[in-house]
Write a protein that binds this ligand. Structure first.
Ligand code: HEM
Length: 512
C-alpha cells in the first residue's frame, strides 16, 4: 500500500516541491528588492531573511548588533526581511505614543500563564490592566511603603557588607552584581509577597534559581512553541515555574485569609493593592489567575531591570574615578549624619550630581536593550520619508537611540554633565530607558525609589575601589579611547557578562 502511494506521489511530488521552491524564491526576491522596504538601508542578507536577526536575538547581542548597524546605515535600518529598527528618538516616541502600533506577536507566543499587562498585544486588555494595577505602583503607594523598600534594599545591603567587613578586616571583597540582584528580589518579596525573601542575608537563592529557569522556559516557549510543551522536555524548568506559581498562589491565599479573619489587611503594600485591584472605570476586579500572572510579572520585570541599572552605575563609577569622587563628595557633604537614612525624596531633590550619574548610566547602559517589536497598522506608516507597509514590525532599539551620534555628542563617553544645567528636562525626553507612550514602564516609580535609596546610602557609607587584578577599569581602554565597558548580553534585559569574574569591588568604611 505504502509503495503504491509512493509510486503515485513521487512523479507528482517533484513538480510540486519545485513549484513551492520557485514561489518561495520569487516571494523572497519581491520582498527583498521590490517591496517599499527595499529602499531602506541595511545589510544585504537582512533583506532576504530574518535569520541574522534571530541569531542576534538568541545570542543576546541584539542591542550591540543593531546599534552598530545604525551607526553604519543611519537612523532607519532594515534589520530583517520584514523588520526595521529606528535610532531617532522622536521617530521612536511617535511609534510608542499610541496603541496604533501594537506589540508584536512574539510577546504572546508560548505564554506560560494568563496574559498580563506586559505581554498582552491587545490594547483594550492593557488599558484595563493598567487602570487596575496602576495604583499599586503609584508614587503615593510607594511613599507609604518606602520603609519596606529601604529595609529590604539599602539597609540589608549595609548589614551584609558590614558583616563582610567585620569578617575580612579593613577591606572586604564583594560582588556588586550578585549583591544588587539579591537585594532587588528581596525588595519585590517585601512588596509583592508580604515579606522579604531574605536572599541577600541567607544566601539562599532558590527563588532566583526558579525565576531564572522560568525565564529560560519562557524564552524557549516563544522560540519553540511546539517543542516546549512535550512533557518529557525541560522538566526542571517546568518544575521551577510550577514552584513559583504555587508560591504566588499561597501568598495570595494567605493574604486573603488574613484579611477575612481580621477584617483589615496586615499592611498596605503592592500585594494588597493588587488583591484589591479594581478598574476605576468599569469596576472590573482582577481575577485570581490574572493576579498570579501580574505578580509573576512583577518578579520578572521588577528585579533584573533595577539591579542591572545599579550594577552599571557601579561599573561606571569605578571606571571614571573623578565622577566617583564628585558623587561621593556631594552625598557626604549634603548628608553628613550617617545615623539617618537618606530618603528617596531627599536624595532626589538634593543630589543633582547623583541624579545626573543615574540618568547618564541609563542612557549609556539602558537595562532594557532587547528586541521590542511593534506592528505597523493597516494604513502603513511614513518614517523619515520611507513608506513602511502594514505587516512590517518596527523594533524599538533603546540602546541604538541612546548611542545615536546625531543626538548625543561622543555617545560612548560616560559624561553626567549632559544631565546638569537648565535644559535637563528637555534632554531627559531623549532617554527612553523606561520606554515612552502608552506602554511606558508601569514600575518606574518603584525603580526610582530603589535606585536612589540604595545608591545614596551605600555611596555615603562605603569607599569603593577595584581589586588590583580587575579585568575592566580605567586602565583598559576601548578603541574609542575611553574605559572599555564590561560587555553586556541582552535577553530583553542587558546584564554584564560573566559577573562571577567581572563585577568585584573592594569596600571599606568611608572616612568621616
Ligand atoms: C530600572 C528599572 C526598569 C527599567 C529600565 C524598565 C524598563 C521598561 C521598559 C523599557 C518597558 C517597555 C517594554 C516593552 O515595550 O516591551 C517596561 C515595561 C514594563 N515594566 Fe519596567 N522597567 C524597570 C523597572 C520595573 C519595575 C520595578 C517594575 C515592576 C515592579 C516594572 C514593570 C513593568 C511592566 C508591568 C511593564 C509593562 C507595561 C505595559 O506594557 O503596559 N518595571 N519597563
Amino acid at each position: 500500500m505504502i509503495s503504491e502511494l509512493l509510486s503515485v506521489s513521487t512523479p507528482l511530488a517533484l513538480p510540486a516541491v519545485s513549484l513551492a521552491i520557485a514561489v518561495y524564491v520569487a516571494l523572497t526576491i519581491k520582498r527583498a528588492f521590490f517591496s517599499p522596504l527595499s529602499t531602506i538601508p541595511g545589510p544585504f542578507l537582512n533583506k532576504l531573511s530574518n535569520l541574522p536577526l534571530r541569531y542576534h536575538t538568541m545570542t543576546g547581542s541584539y542591542h550591540a548588533y543593531t546599534t552598530q548597524l545604525h551607526i553604519k546605515y543611519g537612523e532607519v535600518v532594515r534589520i530583517g526581511a520584514d523588520f526595521i529598527s529606528l535610532s531617532n528618538t522622536s521617530d521612536t516616541r511617535l511609534v510608542l505614543a499610541t496603541h496604533g502600533f501594537r506589540k508584536g506577536p512574539i510577546y504572546t507566543t508560548g505564554l506560560l500563564l494568563e496574559e498580563n499587562s506586559f505581554a498582552t498585544t491587545n490594547p483594550e486588555l492593557n488599558k484595563v490592566r493598567r487602570r487596575q494595577i496602576g495604583d499599586a505602583y503609584a508614587f503615593h503607594t510607594l511613599r507609604a511603603v518606602e520603609d519596606l523598600v529601604v529595609d529590604a534594599g539599602a539597609n540589608s545591603l549595609i548589614k551584609v557588607w558590614d558583616a563582610a567587613l567585620a569578617e575580612q578586616g579593613d577591606k572586604a571583597r564583594i560582588n556588586y552584581f550578585y549583591s544588587f540582584h539579591r537585594a532587588s528580589f528581596d525588595v519585590v518579596g517585601a512588596l509583592g509577597f508580604g515579606q522579604s525573601f531574605n536572599i541577600l542575608q541567607t544566601g539562599n537563592t532558590e527563588v532566583i534559581d526558579h525565576m531564572q529557569n522560568s525565564i529560560h522556559l519562557k524564552v524557549l516557549s516563544s522560540l519553540l512553541p511546539f517543542i516546549w510543551s512535550i512533557p518529557v522536555l525541560f522538566k526542571e524548568k517546568k518544575k521551577s515555574t510550577k514552584a513559583i506559581v504555587q508560591l504566588i498562589r499561597d501568598t495570595i491565599d494567605m493574604r486573603k485569609k488574613l484579611v477575612s479573619e481580621t477584617g483589615k489587611p496586615p499592611r498596605i503594600d503592592v500585594l494588597q493593592k493588587m488583591v484589591d485591584a479594581k478598574d476605576p472605570v468599569t469596576g472590573e476586579i482582577l481575577g485570581n489567575e490574572s493576579l498570579i500572572s501580574e505578580i509573576f510579572l512583577m518578579l520578572i520585570a521588577g528585579t533584573d531591570t533595577t539591579s542591572n541599572t545599579l550594577s552599571w552605575v557601579m561599573m561606571q563609577l569605578m571606571h571614571y574615578p573623578e565622577v566617583y569622587r564628585r558623587v561621593t563628595e556631594e552625598i557626604r557633604t549634603t548628608f553628613p549624619d550617617t545615623s539617618q537614612t537618606i530618603s528617596f525624596n531627599e536624595a532626589r531633590s538634593k543630589l543633582p550630581y547623583l541624579s545626573a550619574v543615574i540618568h547618564e548610566t541609563m542612557r549609556i547602559n539602558p537595562s532594557v536593550g532587547g528586541f521590542l517589536p511593534r506592528c505597523v497598522p493597516a494604513e502603513g506608516a511614513t518614517i523619515q520619508g520611507h513608506h513602511i507597509p502594514a505587516g512590517t514590525q518596527i523594533c524599538i532599539t533603546i540602546t541604538a537611540c541612546q548611542h545615536n551620534p546625531q543626538m548625543w555628542k561622543n555617545p560612548e563617553v560616560f559624561d553626567p554633565e549632559r544631565f546638569l544645567g537648565p535644559d535637563v528636562t528637555e534632554r531627559l525626553k531623549d532617554v527612553l530607558t523606561f520606554s515612552s507612550g502608552v506602554r511606558v514602564c508601569i514600575g518606574r516609580n518603584l525603580a526610582w525609589v530603589e535606585l536612589y535609596t540604595v545608591l545614596a546610602n551605600v555611596l555615603r557609607r562605603y569607599d569603593f575601589e577595584l581589586p588590583e587584578n580587575a579585568p575592566y577599569g580605567p586602565h583598559k581602554l576601548s578603541d574609542k579611547g575611553v574605559p572599555a565597558e564590561i560587555p553586556g548580553e541582552s535577553f530583553i534585559v542587558t546584564s554584564p557578562v560573566n559577573p562571577k569574574d567581572n563585577c568585584w569591588v573592594k569596600i571599606s568604611h568611608a572616612k568621616a
